[in-house]
Ligand binder design. Structure first.
Ligand SMILES: Nc1ncnc2c1ncn2[C@@H]1O[C@H](COP(=O)(O)OP(=O)(O)OP(=O)(O)O)[C@@H](O)[C@H]1O
Ligand SMILES: [Mg+2]
Length: 255
């Protein structure tokens, strides 16, 4: 049994089947990559897992419990955090405040207790701030906590989004194309960051087009094409899978 089990998930958009009976087991403590050409259905599956969209058929189990009963805002409390393909951060807010948006989901009592500034809340806020500093150091943002996020280079803005996801201490972290738009040295840094997150016991589901990154860090890979799962296995198996090679050669971008 995996930490997350996607069971026969089908998603239709009108006549288009964006995901067709997708089954995928994500083992705890691994980096599991989900790859496939543009339009394969990868982000659609992320959106099902994070409850942004309902599947037409199928189920998603997390720790053995169906996630479909949860509301979208409860997902993060159950230990799942994500980043988005199109960077979703608050550009007019500081890096620190972007992090704290992610942290507030963990302070259950905040809205009511904050009015009274109880000791409990004061301690929690101090803890949040310590955590924000630690995460900033980890992501190369140590001197940027008070900077406006929109003023940072794009590569650092992407790190801010990862930081916001990490501050909720997720068990499962979903990254949708974290290397897109990064230069080689930023991509190298990202690789180290992902490895370090894994070494801290966080399970990672990674959608990424940078094949050298994927092959280098993945423990397991699921491949989709036109909404269907066409292969799964270890990186060496996937690299040599004729179906996978065919799917990618069909796209000029990869030829
Ligand atoms: N809300 C939507 N309404 C209609 N069609 C959609 C919607 N979201 C996605 N699709 C379609 O579903 C298919 C799968 O899209 P999806 O975004 O999941 O692909 P992807 O694998 O993430 O691709 P990419 O690598 O380009 O990000 C595509 O054909 C897309 O146009
Ligand atoms: Mg996508």
């Amino acid at each position: 049994m995996g930490l997350m089990e996607v069971r026969e998930v089908t998603v239709r958009f009108g006549g288009l089947i964006a995901a067709s009976e997708i089954t995928m087991d994500i083992e705890e403590g691994t980096i599991h990559s989900l790859i496939g050409p543009n339009g394969a259905g990868k982000t659609t599956l992320f959106n099902v897992i994070t409850r942004v969209i309902d599947p037409n058929i199928g189920d998603v189990l997390f720790n053995g419990e169906s996630l479909l009963k949860s509301k979208p805002h409860e997902i993060i409390k159950s230990g799942i955090a994500r980043t988005f393909q199109n960077l979703e951060i608050f550009k007019l807010m500081t890096v620190r405040d972007n992090f704290l948006v992610g942290e507030h989901v963990n302070i259950d009592t905040k809205l009511t207790a904050e009015m009274f500034q109880t000791k409990h809340i004061q301690t929690e806020e101090a803890n949040s701030n310590t955590k924000a500093v630690q995460i900033a150091e980890f992501l190369g943002l140590k001197n940027r906590l008070n900077s406006l996020t929109g003023m940072l280079p794009y590569g650092l803005q992407k790190m801010v989004e990862i930081g916001r996801a990490l501050i909720s201490s997720p068990k499962l972290l979903l990254l949708d194309e974290p290397a897109a738009g990064l230069n080689p040295s930023e991509t190298h840094f990202l690789k180290e960051v992902i490895r370090e997150i894994k070494s801290q016991g966080v399970t990672i589901l990674l959608v990424e087009h940078d094949m050298s990154l994927v092959m280098d860090i993945s423990d397991y890979i699921t491949v989709m094409n036109f909404g269907k799962k066409i292969a799964e296995g270890m990186p060496d198996q996937i690299k040599n899978d004729p179906e996978v090679i065919k799917a990618y050669l069909g796209e000029s971008k990869y030829a």
